[in-house]
Design a protein around this ligand. Sequence first.
Ligand code: SER
Length: 320
Amino acid sequence: MQKEKIIVTGAGGQIGQVLLQELSNRYGMDAVIATDIRPVPNWGGRFVTLNVLDRIGLENLVEEQGTTQIYHLAAILSASGEKDPLMTWQVNMDGLLNILDTARTRGIDRVFYPSSIAVFGAGIDLQQAGQDVPLIPATVYGITKAAGENWGYYYYHRYGLDVRSLRYPGIIGYQSPPGGGTTDYAVDIFHYAARREPYTCFLAADSRLPMIYMDDAIRATLDLMAAPKEQIRVRTSYNLSGMDFDPQELAAAIQEFVPDFKVRYEPDFRQAIAASWPQRIDDTNARQDWGWAPAYSLRSMTKDMLDHLGSTISSGQPIH
Ligand code: SER
């Protein structure tokens, strides 16, 4: 078996911190190099400061290390992106093109590119987003992800570069804080509940969105990357689904374990972003092509989050 050397960009982010641990469990600590513009918390392996806009720095690192795979996680997310659209375009797009072109010229085997439910928007049934539908995003972040998917498709078909991608829903995990996203409320709310403090939600009570538990999201990522090449039939980005709920339903799920937990709703500019996204995702292609199935429901995710964040569980009911 080939010895892998894996570079992760944006490794200090919400997904990166958890992915590093799983990659090092699977491939060994020596196989994984974390990169970011700031040091990565809780990472005992190799770290290199790298701005993805620095093409030369990226090429040098890839070459020095004999890199075989890149997980390109560095990006500015939906809510932060709206504050400076042109800079968001530059970081997300130029960063990706540096990765893809370095991967092409340096013979990288495989690239992972995270896309998002933010690619969806006008012109589709938001009740349930299909795989191959028009992508008319409402945010600059969504525009960069939609364009990025097409660049991945282009590099695969034109150069044979094995780029694989998932359209992540909102990701919920206890391990790392999210930053600058519209779905971040679904992580923040747990920290308040665990501290027995009331939470003020920046989305409306009935703002339903697709979500996924971190364990499921990481497993989907590694399964996609490990699947035989001929099974990867979607070369833009796979729809991926875990669960869907609105803030009110999440609050009720938490109240089963923390009965006196209170939530107030004060929607801000992020509500318009959430309203432009689908409520559910049809991930049939991922299920058929490489066997995707989520393990966590709203209830089992809620229990696991509260267990890890140190809350006292007051419900004795078994979890399914
Ligand atoms: N969770 C991300 C965000 O809210 C979507 O990809 O921006």
